[in-house]
Design a binder for this molecule. Structure first.
Ligand SMILES: C[S@@+](CC[C@H](N)C(=O)[O-])C[C@H]1O[C@@H](n2cnc3c(N)ncnc32)[C@H](O)[C@@H]1O
Length: 321
C-alpha cells in the first residue's frame, strides 16, 4: 500500500497497511444483516454500509455507549466521498436525523459522546439537546493544525458528553491522569500530601477534567496509525470507554472510520459494533482488530492511569516511597 500521495512508505513508517491478500480474509469477518437473534452469535463485529439505513435493522435498546464521530461540518474527502460544509442549521438538522435513527438502539442508561470541531459544536448542542441530556463538553488539544494568516490556528476539538437519562455509568477512578507535581506539599509529618516520588520525579494522580492536553493524533511512526484522514487515538477512545462503560457492555460506533473505537473496546473487554460506509475503512478496522489479538496495550495508558504526552520514558519505572 502507498500513501495518498502515491509515494511508498519509509522504512520507519509503522502505519497499518492492507495487502490484496488480506482483503478476502478480512471481509469474511464482516457481520451480515440480519444479525443472528441470539446476542452470543454476534458478540462483536463490523458492518459495512450506511449506518442510517442499517440502524433500523439492528436490535433495539441494547447499546450501553454510543460514540458518534461523524464527518465534521467541514469540506473533507473520505476515500473519494466528499462531505461539504453546510450552514449551522443544516448540519444540526442532519445530526438530528442521525440521533433520531440511533436513539431506539440505546438503553435507558446509555451514554452518548459526539465529536466535532468548534464550528460543528454549535450544531451538535442544538441537535443533542433535543434528544439527550447534555452534561458537558470536553475540549482536547490537537497538537497538529494548519496555521492561518487571518485567524487563530485551530488547535482544539470538542466531545459532547450526553446521556439518555439521569441513570448512567461514570467510572471516574478509571480515568485518572498522572501529572508531574509542580507544588510538592507535605503534611505535618513531612509526608507527601497526595503525590508519590519515583526515580523519574514526583507524580500525582488527578481526577479528569473536561480539558485534555495529553492526546496525540496518530502519526506515521505510531503502530496504531492508518491512512484514514481523521483517525482518533486509542488513548482518547480509552478514556471515553473506561469512564462510560463497564466490561461486557456494548459500544456502538456507526461512523467507525479506521476502527479506533472497536480496537479500544476489544482491548478493554467491551463488546462492540462498528459501521462505516467505506469498505476500505472497514477492512482497516478489521485488520486492527486482528492485530489487537496479540497487542493489547494502549499508548499513554499504563498502570491504569493516563500519562501526559512525551512521558514514555517514565511510564515503566518503579516507585520508591
Ligand atoms: C470522522 S470519521 C471517523 C474516524 C474514526 N473515529 C477513527 O478513529 O478512525 C467519519 C467516518 O464516517 C464514515 N461515514 C460517513 N457517513 C456515514 C454513514 N452514513 N454511515 C456509515 N459511515 C459513514 C466516513 O466514511 C468516515 O470514515
Amino acid at each position: 500500500m502507498t500513501r495518498n500521495s502515491g509515494k511508498p512508505y519509509s522504512r520507519l513508517n509503522r502505519s497499518i497497511v492492507i495487502t490484496p491478500e488480506d482483503c478476502a480474509r478480512l471481509r469474511s469477518h464482516f457481520l451480515q444483516i440480519p444479525l443472528p437473534v441470539a446476542d452470543e452469535a454476534w458478540r462483536s463485529g463490523i458492518l459495512h454500509g450506511d449506518c442510517l439505513a442499517l440502524a433500523p435493522l439492528l436490535p433495539q435498546r441494547c447499546v450501553d455507549l454510543l460514540i458518534l464521530d461523524p464527518p465534521y461540518n467541514l469540506t473533507k474527502n473520505f476515500n473519494g466521498r466528499r462531505f461539504n460544509r453546510q450552514s449551522v442549521q443544516d448540519y444540526a438538522d442532519w445530526l438530528d436525523g442521525v440521533l433520531r435513527v440511533l436513539k431506539p438502539l440505546l438503553k435507558n442508561t446509555a451514554t452518548v459522546y459526539i465529536c466535532g470541531d468548534w464550528f460543528s459544536s454549535a450544531s451538535i448542542f442544538m441537535a443533542a439537546s433535543e434528544h439527550l441530556i447534555v452534561r458537558n463538553r470536553i475540549t482536547w488539544e490537537r497538537e497538529k493544525g494548519r496555521g492561518a494568516k487571518a485567524n487563530w490556528k485551530n488547535a482544539s476539538e470538542d466531545i459532547w458528553f450526553c446521556t439518555v437519562s439521569d441513570r448512567y455509568t461514570f467510572n471516574t477512578e478509571a480515568v485518572k491522569q498522572r501529572r508531574r507535581v509542580l507544588a510538592p506539599y507535605r503534611d505535618a509529618q513531612g509526608q507527601p500530601r497526595d503525590w508519590e516520588t519515583t526515580e523519574q520525579g514526583s507524580f500525582r494522580d488527578t481526577y479528569p477534567s473536561n480539558l485534555w492536553t495529553d492526546i496525540t493524533i496518530p502519526f506515521w511512526s505510531m503502530p496504531e496509525n492508518t491512512i484514514h484522514p481523521t483517525q482518533k487515538s486509542e488513548k482518547l477512545l480509552a478514556k471515553l470507554l473506561l469512564a462510560s462503560s463497564n466490561a461486557e457492555d456494548l459500544v456502538l460506533d456507526p461512523f467507525l472510520g479506521s476502527g479506533t473505537t472497536v480496537v479500544a473496546a476489544k482491548k478493554l473487554g467491551r463488546r462492540y459494533l462498528g459501521i462505516d460506509l467505506e469498505q476500505d475503512y472497514c477492512l482497516l478496522a478489521a485488520r486492527r482488530l486482528e492485530l489487537a489479538e496479540s497487542e493489547s496495550c494502549i499508548q499513554g495508558w499504563v498502570d491504569g492511569v493516563f500519562w501526559e504526552r512525551n512521558t514514555f520514558a517514565q511510564q515503566h519505572i518503579k516507585k520508591n516511597h
